[in-house]
Design a binder for this molecule. Sequence first.
Ligand code: FES
Length: 111
Amino acid sequence: MDTVTIKVRRHDPTAGEPPRLEEYRIPHQEGMRILDALLYIYEEVDPSLAHRYSCKIGNCKVCQMKADGKTVYACQERLQDGMVLEPLPSFEEVRDLVCNLHKRVKLMVGD
Ligand code: FES
């Protein structure tokens, strides 16, 4: 079985530590989506990884995140080797890949 390596931004704003990118090696099967990888990590490697999903069919939008800087639905986007996963930057951060989709934050670009 092939493997892919992805990096996931980990951060708990209540812990007082800076965000970090954590690397995970995932067994890869043809047609895998990002959500499949996150479920694998959560169930087999690290249950402390926070992410969110519901419908798994691209309908509810709660699995939105950034993958290599592009906004995607984790349940719909194909998993690629070397992907970097981050939470949506324009919403209040909750933990890891989870943000409060009801609370937008202002993004300040530059100084
Ligand atoms: S889980 Fe509902 S859109 Fe992805």
